[in-house]
Design a protein around this ligand. Structure first.
Ligand code: AMP
Length: 225
């Protein structure tokens, strides 16, 4: 997709765990071709390596605690410089603290990039727990499913790639989700008024179907359906 301003598209998706930001980021990537940068996925990939840093990250993620800003900021900065981000990016899960938001602002300024929008996907806590506890994904291609809301067309077979192995995230259990919600409110929520003051915040009701929410995202970004 080419962008009218010639500068690409630079978007942040934010919201509570399970609000659908990863799903919407993947849909927006499909539509626009810009890069999807999920700090959660980057951290899970590092954790899976089993290195000393990976093990440290895994211990934090399994409890629903945040990785340190030092772990994250450098990782994001280097990723943004890669070639596939030249037409823009969708940040998913970053910034997650006020400090990360401030650092992002300075980092983008240095790179000559301006954020176009910060999209907050709003979903009440009762719905979040049901969404997270039922979600799982294809081990081969990462396509997401849900026990109740999004089942594969053929039981046990991924619609996207035909894979038959699926996984659930270790941090998608009731205790860890409760901790992630507490951390969201205490540490991430303060970034919402921060971006609002900068005129970047766009709020989207995340309670409808995936397609309905995607339409709302397109609308706030001024993209065609
Ligand atoms: P997510 O896939 O976005 O739900 O992230 C999974 C987990 O990775 C979170 O619960 C945090 O522990 C960690 N994480 C992801 N992004 C960040 C970030 N920007 N800062 C700190 N921790 C993060």
């Amino acid at each position: 997709m080419s962008f009218a301003n010639g500068l690409g598209l630079h978007v942040v998706f934010t919201g509570a765990p399970g609000c659908g930001k990863g799903t919407q980021a993947r849909i927006l990537k499909e539509k626009t071709g810009i890069c999807h940068l999920s700090t959660g996925e980057m951290l899970r990939a590092e954790a899976a390596k089993g290195t000393p840093l990976g093990l440290e990250i895994k211990a934090l993620l399994d409890k629903g605690e945040f990785a340190t800003d030092e772990m994250i900021i450098d990782m994001v900065s280097r990723r943004i410089d890669e070639d596939d981000c030249k037409d823009g990016f969708i940040l998913d899960g970053f910034p997650r603290t006020l400090n990360q938001a401030e650092v992002l602002e300075g980092m983008l300024k240095n790179k000559g990039i301006a954020l176009d929008a910060v999209i907050e996907i709003q979903v009440p806590d009762e719905i979040i727990m049901e969404r997270i506890l039922g979600r799982y994904a294809c081990m081969t291609c990462g396509q997401g499913y849900h026990d109740k809301f999004l089942k594969p067309k053929v039981y046990g077979v991924c619609d996207n790639c035909g894979g038959t192995d699926f996984y659930r995230r270790v941090d998608d259990n009731r205790t860890t989700v409760q901790n992630r919600l507490v951390n969201y409110r205490a540490l991430t929520y303060p970034t919402i008024p921060y971006f609002e003051k900068k005129g970047l915040l766009r709020c989207v009701d995340g309670t409808g179907t995936i397609e309905a929410v995607a339409k709302k995202v397109n609308k706030v970004l001024g993209l065609p359906e």
